[in-house]
Design a protein around this ligand. Sequence first.
Ligand code: ZN
Length: 190
Amino acid sequence: MEDTVYKPRKVGEEVVKCPVCGADARLELYIHNAPIPGPVLIMTMRCPRCGYKFRDVSFIEEGGRPLRIRIRVEEPDDLNTIVFRGPRASIRVPELGIEITPGPAHQGDITTVDGILALVHDHVEPLCSSLEDPEGCRGFLRRVESFLKGVVAEPITVEIVDPEGISTVYRSKKRNYVVEPLEEPFTQPR
Ligand SMILES: [Zn+2]
């Protein structure tokens, strides 16, 4: 194996509020193929104002092979499930007919299930008026909005399909998800 395999690779960063003083601080995400089974996800943050430091390491379940995570959303608490979405991972919600594929410049992000649904809402909303069926589109938005208000009127499944296999569910209290290896990725006809 090459040396570079053991170098942490940056897969995302975002600006978050320091939990101590509220200043803008940079949260960085790394994947590290440590010489132990499977890659690990490393989060680091250091506040430039007060010096608060945060570092956390979590294991990635399927060891860097293409994978699909299915998160079941059946009650409001499921909307708070924290997810790391890898830079190349797409999102699907079959019950709502949603599929979002990342742009080439996309970085990984840490988000929640309702954060993913908010992203979907923001993508779709400006498009509604130019569609053939604007009313249908708005009906779709209303379904998404009900989740954003914390109401789970219908169960849905949020799927993350990741060719790099580095996406992960971050410390869910509840086992409301499954991680499956994907042999033939992504564009299977249905
Ligand atoms: Zn601070």
